[in-house]
Design a protein around this ligand. Sequence first.
Ligand SMILES: Cc1cc2nc3c(=O)[nH]c(=O)nc-3n(C[C@H](O)[C@H](O)[C@H](O)COP(=O)(O)O)c2cc1C
Length: 268
Amino acid sequence: MKISNVQLIYFSPTGGTKKLAQRFASLVAGKLDVPVNETKLMAPADREKEYSFAQDELVILACPTYADRVPNKIAPDLRRILHFDGSPAVAFVSFGNRSFGTAPDELADILRSGGAKVIGLGAFVTRHVFNDNIAKRRPDREDKQELEVFAEGIADKLRRGEAEEISWGLVGEYYKPLKEDGNSAVFLKAKPLTREEDCYHCGLCVKMCPMGSIDTDCVTVSGVCIKCQACVRSCPTKAKYFDDADFLSHVRMLERECQERAENKVYL
Ligand SMILES: Cc1cc2nc3c(=O)[nH]c(=O)nc-3n(C[C@H](O)[C@H](O)[C@H](O)COP(=O)(O)O)c2cc1C
């Protein structure tokens, strides 16, 4: 199958997915000797437009795993705005060393329902945005080697014209977060707070929030918060934080329970 370019489409609030998916896209593109184009679906305005892709474009759709699935506030947008004319496609998710659950299957389903032909699925470990100790030093050299093998697998499949559709599994339930004591952690309504003495009102958090939920005062969170940590991670003075007790207990539980190296998984 002749491919004219690689189309990388991503949602990546704190940049981990983006970095990994860019590396993967450039590896595949290098092997096929074609250019990469990027479509970022970060701000709400990005997800108001519609996007169409042709049959000779290899699509890589990338997003993080949230609660074992595609982020639930983003999945409907992806289903609505992405259209493929039989484009071969790869469903690519990142996860934070706990579990990718059925996020790759859901992303593959989104691709298929938009008209793409899914030829590969991959789940790769990146930093866990809740706490740097959960997926310590990932991605590492081994991850990068596995990414290279996956890229070769996809390129080879296309070169041989064997771009038949594959399916991995069914889409499962959302993971229900736990606290340190094993009871349910309920933090759906938690929102970031601001240490006002440290906030210079630079507006970066307003710009980075993928839901457009932070008012221009940089402090008031008037919209929905998906706990993505984009505001916390992007704040130059570290003025943003979460103080929700259940959320913090969940993060400590993850730090305790997710120390073992989680494996990446690919399906070709
Ligand atoms: C709300 C939320 C839920 C998450 N759920 C999971 C999960 O179920 N399993 C996991 O291993 N990592 C989970 N993570 C970690 C992210 O998948 C990981 O940090 C990812 O790299 C973040 O992507 P980004 O850097 O592109 O924003 C979660 C992160 C957030 C913010």
